[in-house]
Ligand binder design. Structure first.
Ligand code: SF4
Ligand code: SF4
Length: 253
């Protein structure tokens, strides 16, 4: 009972914040140990470092709160926008990049507030301003929000490696809060991509991910070449929202 009430209090707070900023979102909680066990070794070490002396307490009694904010539909439709001659319309695509930055800012601020009010450690939506030579260098810098969201039952792992939520597709960004507040935990959602391949058709790196050493490195280089206002591309998100077998069910604001 206490766990359910605590979760409801955090959810009510998050819902108020969403109403203030005028965005849709989702929230869930996952067992700390379940997330820790699912992380890659370098992220396990990072999590131990983030938690410091509280790590053993979190392993016994901890949770991750996962908060997600969905993109507005108009921003998703700006991804890979083209001019009449077929070339990239960078100004429109940058509307998506601007939203990405804006949503990260909201998530970071709300995660900090939740951590302050309910007790915990916030983990920001993304790593800002770090230059790397290979995508692998990112792996040990933070904790995968996708693993947290998956464990919190906020969606399944799509073929594009993003979290697919039944309402918002993968057009969501996440931040997390580590806490020892007793909370009810979500259940993992069954992977449901089925025969759909829309995201794979939108991206050669994804389509060939099993043959490539690390498709994420190709993705990183493509994004750098693209040179938008944020390090984003998003074609695999738009493909899921607009062209997947679930396109009639997904609904963004
Ligand atoms: S972000 Fe772009 S390049 Fe990266 S996997 Fe998605 S579609 Fe491919
Ligand atoms: S586009 Fe289709 S295959 Fe790709 S993540 Fe979405 S539902 Fe899954």
């Amino acid at each position: 009972m206490e766990r359910r009430e605590n979760f409801q209090k955090v959810k009510n707070f998050f819902d108020r914040k969403l109403a203030e900023i005028g965005y849709y979102g989702i929230i869930g909680a996952a067992e700390f140990k379940g997330v820790y066990d699912a992380l890659m070794p370098v992220q396990k070490a990072k999590l131990e470092d983030i938690c410091g002396e509280r790590f053993h307490n979190f392993i016994m009694n901890g949770s991750f709160i996962c908060i997600g904010i969905a993109f507005p539909e108009y921003a998703i439709d700006c991804i890979d926008a083209r001019l009449s001659d077929g070339t990239i319309d960078k100004d429109r695509w940058n509307i998506y990049a601007d939203e990405y930055n804006k949503i990260n800012g909201f998530l970071n601020a709300i995660a900090e507030e939740i951590a302050d009010i309910f007790g915990g450690i916030p983990i920001q939506a993304t790593i800002e301003g770090v230059k790397v030579k290979n995508v692998k260098e990112y792996y040990g810098m933070t904790i995968s929000h996708r693993v947290v969201a998956e464990n919190a039952g906020l969606g399944w792992r799509g073929k594009n490696e993003l979290i697919v939520n039944e309402k918002f597709s993968c057009a969501i960004r996440f931040a997390s809060i580590i806490t020892d507040l007793p909370l009810i935990h979500g259940r993992r959602v069954e992977a449901s991509c089925g025969e759909c391949n829309a995201c794979l058709e939108a991206c050669l790196f994804l389509k060939n991910k099993d043959k490539l050493e690390d498709y994420r490195e190709h993705c990183r280089k493509y994004i750098l070449e693209l040179g938008l206002k944020a390090e984003v591309c998003g074609k695999c998100i738009k493909a899921c929202y607009r062209n997947s077998i679930f396109r009639g069910k997904f609904k963004l604001k």
